[in-house]
Design a binder for this molecule. Structure first.
Ligand code: PMP
Length: 415
């Protein structure tokens, strides 16, 4: 099994994922199309966690004994790999968190407290995940700042036609998704970076979805803060990343107080370690941070160009086939502007019933508002169904999704 557009050997790729080699709990092949929620793990990631726990587990940055040293070096090796992945200038700019949600809360709280004054503006987009809305609302309430939104065009892209009206002297933060987890819309950070830097603000990119599919280069793209989760990039759950430009991490106050983030604690006050330790209070997700490295290496070995080409083929095929299903409507921009996510509704079918019926054919998709209530309100919907692809998905699985949709229509007596 290989793809025409690229040299990717899908049989070899799939063979690396033990979960894809076994039947699901009902004995059927696994057709996993919920990568937007979380991606499966290659054997090397699983092996690495087992290796840490069974061969040299210790807390990180605590012990001078051998195990402690191995753990410290391994965590630092992941930091270096993340730095290479996103083109950061130094590994001190890479902070480990529990995931995108914590990373975004950290930036909102720390950078927000550091910069925001009443009347200042935080600019989001209408397609953000709740993780890139709620923390900003919380800090806006505390500081008197105002949250505004970049609107979408009728074809589900960012409407930047009035950029000078959107990004003004009041704008201190622009926080945007790299790729919508519903529409699949890809966002070019560069024009936003240029505009917000001109008024002295910062650009935050929520790369939770995009990191799986496309290259980010924080320096070339002018990104001040970038966030992602290990579990969406074929890595462990429980670990995430916050990239912050060194000068920003140095300037802003810490998020959580506790062990490791301090330089000196006195009875009445404390001083902080330099970044990244300043933002890593308490015990890290040790094995998870270490096992993030092989996950990133898996992506780097395949290369974003090949991943994108293969996923684009799947996206084209899925869009063509699903568009022919009577009553089915897809939400998202033209295929040149989106990543491998197909979100849809089927007339006469509740999204939950549809997801349930697709599962009867072994197809795993997500239904609901996908943590994007404002976007769903804008679409005039309460819920949708989402098929989201990863690099191990195949053209045959797109056929199986289409067949399952026809099956669902029959079961719902829509045909
Ligand atoms: N942002 C986007 C665009 C997402 O898709 C998600 C996960 N669905 C998140 C943020 C939150 O990620 P996590 O739950 O890993 O913190």
């Amino acid at each position: 099994m290989s793809t025409a557009a690229t040299s990717l050997d899908l049989t070899a790729i799939r063979a690396q994922f033990p979960i894809l080699q076994q039947p699901d709990p009902r004995g059927r092949p696994v057709i996993y199309l919920d990568n937007g929620a979380s991606a499966q793990k290659p054997q090397r990631v699983i092996d690495k966690e087992i290796e840490v726990y069974s061969r040299h587990y210790a807390n990180a940055y605590r012990g001078v004994y051998e195990f402690g040293q191995i753990v410290d070096d391994s965590v630092e090796a992941t930091r270096q790999t993340v730095r290479d992945l996103i083109g950061a200038e130094s590994q001190e700019e890479i902070v480990f968190t529990s995931g995108t949600t914590m990373s975004l809360n950290l930036v909102a709280s720390c950078w927000g407290r550091h910069t925001l004054k009443p009347g200042d503006e935080i600019l989001l987009t209408e397609m953000e995940h709740h993780a890139n809305i709620v923390p900003w609302q919380m800090i806006a309430e505390q500081t008197g700042a105002v949250v505004r939104y970049i609107p979408l065009t009728s074809d589900y892209r960012l409407d930047l036609s009035d950029l000078p009206g959107l990004i003004t002297e009041r704008t201190k933060i622009v926080a945007v998704t790299g790729m919508s987890n519903v529409l699949g819309t890809l966002v070019d950070p560069r024009p936003l970076a240029d505009a917000v830097h001109q008024v002295g603000g910062v650009l935050v990119v929520d790369a939770a979805q995009s990191i799986l599919h496309q290259q980010h280069h924080v320096v070339n793209d002018g990104i001040d803060f970038l966030t992602f989760s290990g579990h969406k990039i074929y890595g462990p759950s429980g670990v995430g990343v916050l990239y912050g430009k060194r000068e920003h991490l140095e300037a802003m106050p810490p998020f959580l107080g506790g062990g490791h983030m301090i330089e000196r604690v006195f009875p009445d006050h404390s001083t902080w370690s330099p970044p990244p330790a300043k933002f890593e209070a308490g015990t890290l997700p040790i094995a998870q941070a270490i096992a993030l490295k092989p996950a990133i290496e898996f992506v780097q070995e395949l290369g974003y160009a090949s991943i994108q080409a293969h996923e684009h083929d799947l996206l084209v095929k899925a869009t063509e086939q699903l568009s022919e299903v009577p009553g089915l409507k897809i939400y998202g921009p033209g295929l040149d502007h989106k990543g491998a996510i197909v979100t849809f509704t089927l007339e006469g079918a509740h999204p939950q019933d549809l997801a349930f019926l697709l599962n009867k054919k072994g197809v795993c998709v997500r239904h609901g508002h996908h943590c994007t209530m404002p976007l769903h309100d804008k679409l005039g919907l309460t819920a949708t169904v989402r098929a989201s692809f990863g690099v191990y998905n195949t053209a045959e699985e797109v056929d199986q999704l289409t067949d399952a949709l026809h099956y669902a229509r029959k079961r719902l007596r829509l045909s």
